[in-house]
Ligand binder design. Structure first.
Ligand SMILES: Cc1ncc(COP(=O)(O)O)c(C=O)c1O
Length: 342
C-alpha cells in the first residue's frame, strides 16, 4: 500500500525504536522523567520560549493552550478553515467553554480586516471578551500553505495590539521553517504559545509539545492532569520525540519536493490540482465533471494499493511524508490517472 492519507501514518525509524528501548524513564506526573524533561528543555530552547510541556497529541496541546489563556465565557478568534475550528470536535466550545469567532483564513493566514472585525472590545457588556487569537502554520485546510514571517508577524502584532494573546497551532511549523528558510523563532517570538507535533512530518509515533511562559506552562500542566493527559513513564515515547526534533527537521524538504512532483504529475494527467504558494507536503485537488466522486476515487485507489483522503465534497488530499519516495509518487499518479475518469 502507498499511504498518502496523512503524514501521521509514518512508522518510527530504527534509531527511534532503539532510543525507545533504552530510554531512561521516571514518573512524568511527578516531573521525574529525565527523557521527557530533556525533550521539553530542548524544545523550549529551540523556540526561544521559557518552558515546554509534552502533550499526548496536537489536539490536546491546542485545547489546553486555549483553556490556559482563556476563562470560560471568553472569546477566541480562529480561522474558519483551521484545524481547531473544524477538526477538534468542537472542544473549544464543549470542553473549554470558549466562544470561537470566525476569521477569514482562506489563504492560510487570517486577514487583518477579519481580526479587526471580530475582536470584541472588553467594555461591551453584551459580548465575550476576546482574549486569544489562534494562528495555524502551515495551514492544512488552505493546502498546507506556510505563512511567511512578515504576514505572520503582522497578524500576531495586530491581535496583540488589541490586547489578545496569540497561540500558534504549529502542528507542522517545521515544514514552514524548512520551506521558507526562516528560523522557528521568527514565529515563536511573535506568539504567547506554540504547539507543534512530533508525530507528523517529524516521524515520531506520538506526542506534541506546547511551549510558552513558565506560568502558562504550569497552568497547562494542571489542565493536562485534569483531562487525563498526565502520563507516567512516557520517556519511552519522548525518546522518539527527541530524535524527531533533533534529526528529522532537516529532511522535511524531501517531502516538499515529492509533493511538488506529485502536483506536476497529477496536472499532467488532467487533474485539477489546487495551486498554492510555497507548497509544503500536501496536494489537494478537485474532481471535475468527467471524473468520479471523491468516495468512489478513494475506493478505486484502495483496490489498486493507494490510500488517499478527502476533507469533503469533491476535494481530495494527498500528503507526502517519511514513508513516501519519488517512485511511490510516480506510482500514485499513475493509479489516480487510471482511477479518476467516470
Ligand atoms: C494543523 C493541525 N493541528 C492540529 C492537529 C491535531 O493533531 P493530533 O492528531 O495529534 O491531535 C492536526 C492533525 O492532523 C493538524 O493537522
Amino acid at each position: 500500500m502507498f499511504d498518502f492519507r496523512s503524514d501521521t501514518v509514518t512508522q518510527p525509524t530504527e534509531a527511534m525504536r532503539e532510543a525507545m528501548a533504552v530510554a531512561a524513564v521516571g514518573d512524568d506526573v511527578y516531573g521525574d522523567d529525565p527523557t521527557v524533561n530533556e525533550l521539553q528543555d530542548y524544545a523550549a530552547g529551540l523556540l526561544g520560549m521559557e518552558a515546554a510541556i509534552y502533550m499526548c497529541s496536537g489536539t490536546m496541546g491546542n485545547l489546553i493552550a486555549i483553556m490556559s489563556h482563556c476563562s470560560r465565557g471568553d472569546g477566541v478568534l480562529m480561522g474558519v478553515n483551521s484545524h481547531t475550528w473544524r477538526n477538534e470536535v468542537g472542544n473549544v466550545a464543549s470542553v473549554a467553554g470558549v466562544m470561537p469567532y470566525p476569521l477569514d483564513d482562506a489563504a492560510g493566514c487570517p486577514t487583518i480586516e477579519s481580526i479587526r472585525k471580530f475582536y470584541q472590545p472588553s467594555g461591551n457588556v453584551h459580548r465575550p471578551i476576546t482574549t486569544l487569537m489562534t494562528l495555524e502554520n502551515t495551514h492544512n485546510g488552505a493546502g498546507g500553505v506556510p505563512t511567511g514571517a512578515a504576514p505572520f508577524a503582522a497578524a500576531a502584532d495586530e491581535a496583540r495590539s488589541l490586547g489578545m494573546k496569540v497561540h500558534v497551532d504549529g502542528a507542522r511549523i517545521f515544514d514552514a521553517v524548512a520551506r521558507l528558510g526562516v528560523d522557528v523563532k521568527d514565529y515563536s517570538s511573535k506568539a504567547d504559545s506554540v504547539q507543534f507535533c512530533l508525530s507528523k512530518g517529524l516521524g515520531a509515533p506520538m506526542g506534541s509539545i506546547l511551549c510558552g511562559e513558565r506560568d502558562f506552562i504550569d497552568k497547562a500542566r494542571k489542565y493536562r492532569k485534569a483531562l487525563g493527559g498526565g502520563q507516567r513513564q512516557v520517556g519511552i515515547a519522548a525518546a522518539a520525540g527527541l530524535i524527531a526534533l533533533r534529526e528529522m527537521r532537516g529532511r522535511l524538504s524531501e517531502d516538499h519536493e515529492n509533493a511538488a512532483l506529485l502536483a506536476e504529475l497529477l496536472k499532467g494527467c488532467g487533474i485539477d490540482v489546487e495551486d498554492v504558494p510555497n507548497r509544503t507536503n500536501m496536494v489537494f485537488f478537485n474532481l471535475t465533471d468527467g471524473q468520479c466522486d471523491a468516495q468512489a476515487l478513494i475506493k478505486r485507489c484502495k483496490a489498486r494499493g493507494l490510500l488517499i483522503g478527502s476533507p469533503g465534497g469533491r476535494r481530495v488530499r494527498m500528503v507526502t511524508h517519511l514513508g513516501i519516495g519519488a517512485d511511490d509518487v510516480r506510482s500514485a499518479a499513475e493509479i489516480i490517472k487510471k482511477a479518476a475518469p467516470l
